[in-house]
Design a protein around this ligand. Structure first.
Ligand SMILES: C[S@@+](CC[C@H](N)C(=O)[O-])C[C@H]1O[C@@H](n2cnc3c(N)ncnc32)[C@H](O)[C@@H]1O
Length: 440
């Protein structure tokens, strides 16, 4: 893949998209401009979530339009870069302009019928960058693309990174782990995921909430014990009863965690890597347990509290490193532990397309080391006979089955009750679960 000038930089502190603009807020030019800055920030090493926070002060419609283009462009990993590699003789020295070209190329690909509007609007957006120095270049590159589109797309189809829209190291790992299915897995990682709800069954039954959705003109279908998949994504605040805690947003695969750990009333439960609290809340919706929700990141831990407040649930929220129990533990063993460990997140890439840009292959070894430390430390906090659920949203065996095999060799008092490998598909993201039990 062509190396862009921006990839060599470390994440700058400037806000991604807050700079003022003369463009009309409802224009395509404006959404391309905002998306361009977000894309440049991700290329420079920021997470998409961080880069999007700079859109906070922007009108909702303009923000949604920019977000749509930014997500789509990042999911289209390798394609825009391939085209620029063919049309530019050297790397662009201006990251925001490169981001603009990637956003515009993505838009041209998804809306070929309005090609000339897209080009005009991209040129208008270029007028807002670098004092307009690259307007001519943006115009020239996009018009060349339109002229050479067929030839470029034939060449692109033969380039594995562009054809599969993933980094080559990632594809090699998928191919090794899933020789029959790696293409299908990569393809799912490139599409927009469904919006899935989890009905708070303490408040109402799934069928009753489905009826409320239908009354609000929204259609959905049930999946599993508490999930509803919406036919069309909507703004969260348009969901009936959302503010009152009737429902949460959570992928159906993520909802397997509480179902598998299945705590019972009165148990003492630890959610050891809990923020932002999606699985914490589901555990509390499942049974009247005494729950400690821990996370090492204080800012993210605050989101656990916000989520629990909205849902009318209660837990003891602690900030600390789960490997250093002296920081947060009261000395009482747990009946059940959920370890939803930090991982490559390769199973949820369609929701976080920035990780195609941010992850490095060497990260996998580091994650695996951290996960092994977490497993070893948390195991000592579990009662004899207690249940332990290890969870990742990774597709790579080193973080999943191989990690658990190695753990079971180290811990003679651990046995595997079940293992579930959810490969990503239309209805859910990719997850791995291993349910373990400590000898009584
Ligand atoms: C996969 S996310 C958890 C998602 C969460 N369980 C949910 O369903 O909403 C992993 C979390 O682990 C936290 N984390 C990473 N290292 C940790 C550690 N050593 N101790 C505790 N938490 C940690 C991260 O801050 C992150 O919030």
């Amino acid at each position: 893949m062509r190396k862009s000038a921006s990839q060599d930089q470390s994440a700058p502190a400037r806000p991604a998209a807050a700079a003022p603009s003369l463009l009309a807020p409802d224009s395509l030019a404006y959404s391309l401009l905002l998306a361009a800055r977000v894309i440049a920030q991700v290329h420079a090493g920021q997470s998409l979530t961080q880069a999007l926070t700079a859109l906070g002060g922007t009108a909702a419609a303009a923000r949604a339009a920019a977000q749509d283009v930014a997500f789509g462009s990042l999911r289209w990993y390798g394609c825009g870069e391939f085209i620029l590699g063919r049309l530019l003789s050297k790397a662009l020295p201006h990251p925001d302009t490169e981001g603009l070209l990637l956003a515009a190329l993505y838009r041209l690909q998804t809306r070929p019928e309005s090609a000339h509007v897209v080009v005009d609007q991209a040129v208008a957006a270029a007028g807002e960058l670098a004092g307009g120095a690259f307007k001519g270049l943006v115009n020239g590159v996009l018009r060349n693309y339109l002229r050479e589109r067929d030839v470029l797309h034939i060449a692109m189809a033969a380039d594995e990174v562009a054809a599969q829209q993933h980094p080559s190291w990632w594809l090699a790992r998928l191919r090794r782990a899933y020789p029959e299915r790696w293409r299908e897995i990569a393809a799912i990682g490139n599409v927009q995921p469904p919006m899935t709800l989890r009905v708070n069954q303490r408040r109402l039954a799934v069928a009753d909430y489905l009826a409320q959705l239908q009354a609000a003109g929204l259609s959905a279908r049930p999946l599993g014990s508490a999930a509803l998949i919406l036919d069309k994504a909507v703004a969260v605040d348009t969901l009936p009863g959302f503010a009152d805690g009737c429902v949460s947003i959570q992928d159906a695969g993520a909802q397997r965690a509480a179902e598998l750990l299945a705590p019972t009333a009165g148990q003492r439960v630890l959610d050891a890597c809990a923020a932002p609290g999606g699985k914490t809340a589901h555990l509390l919706e499942t049974a009247d347990v005494e729950l400690v929700a821990l996370d090492v990141d204080a800012l993210r831990a605050r989101r656990i509290e916000d989520n629990l407040r909205r849902l009318g649930l209660a837990a003891t929220v602690r900030v600390g490193d789960c490997r250093a129990s002296e920081q947060w533990w009261d000395g009482n063993l747990f009946d059940a532990i959920l370890a939803d460990v930090p991982c490559s997140a390769s199973g949820v890439v369609r929701r976080h397309p920035d990780i195609k840009y941010l992850r490095r292959e060497s990260d996998i070894r580091q994650f695996a080391r951290l996960q092994a430390e977490i497993l070893d430390q948390l195991w000592s906090l579990l009662k004899a006979g207690g249940r332990f659920l290890y969870a990742t949203c990774s597709l790579f065996p080193e973080e999943n089955g191989a990690q658990i095999d190695a753990f079971l060799c180290r811990q003679p008092d651990a046995r595997r009750l079940s293992e579930e490998r959810l490969l990503p598909q239309d209805e859910h993201d990719g997850f791995f679960y291993a349910l373990l039990q400590k000898a009584a």
